[in-house]
Design a protein around this ligand. Structure first.
Ligand code: DQA
Length: 148
């Protein structure tokens, strides 16, 4: 299956950015691990990061055109603000898992609200970079049951 991984603003700074909250792994460390896991599981992985809301939206539209089967998304700060990215996911009806490195519920109150959680298949937060791998494994299981 084709799985797209989308990363929102400031995640390009992982490893440098508040390592006490987000960990020491860089986004390319995460990308490498996911690539390896995806090929072990027999999936094609497409990975992107953008600081721009419209680029994330365009990528979701492209995912629809390319018949992407599943999306893993860390919308980063757009989690708490973006009706537009939510609407792109609703429009394309591509199933997705929402991922956050930090436990958003243990931080500032504004991080507890997400524009994505109620329409996500599931949400992973607080498990650091490992959360992305867990999300990929979950997506794999979901896609297996879908084709049975
Ligand atoms: C984040 C949590 C968001 O609140 C924050 O704006 C981010 C990263 C996370 O992965 O923990 O940029 O999505």
């Amino acid at each position: 299956a084709i799985i797209t991984v989308l990363n929102g603003p400031n995640l390009n700074l992982l490893g440098v950015r508040e390592p006490g909250i987000y960990g020491k792994q860089t986004l390319s460390d995460i990308h490498e691990k996911l690539d390896r896991l995806a090929s072990e599981l027999g999936h094609e992985l497409d990975f992107m990061q953008s600081n721009a809301e419209h680029e994330l939206i365009d990528h979701i539209h492209q995912a629809y055109q390319r018949r992407v089967d599943f999306i893993l998304i860390n919308p980063a700060a757009f989690t708490h603000t973006s009706v537009a990215i939510r609407d792109a996911l609703l429009a394309t009806k591509i199933a997705f898992i929402e991922v956050h490195l930090s436990n958003v519920h243990a931080r500032e109150p504004f991080r507890s609200h997400s524009y994505f959680s109620d329409i996500a298949v599931g949400v992973i937060c607080g498990l650091g970079a490992h959360g992305y791998e867990l999300a990929l494994q979950a997506a794999h299981q979901i896609l297996l049951t879908r084709t049975q």
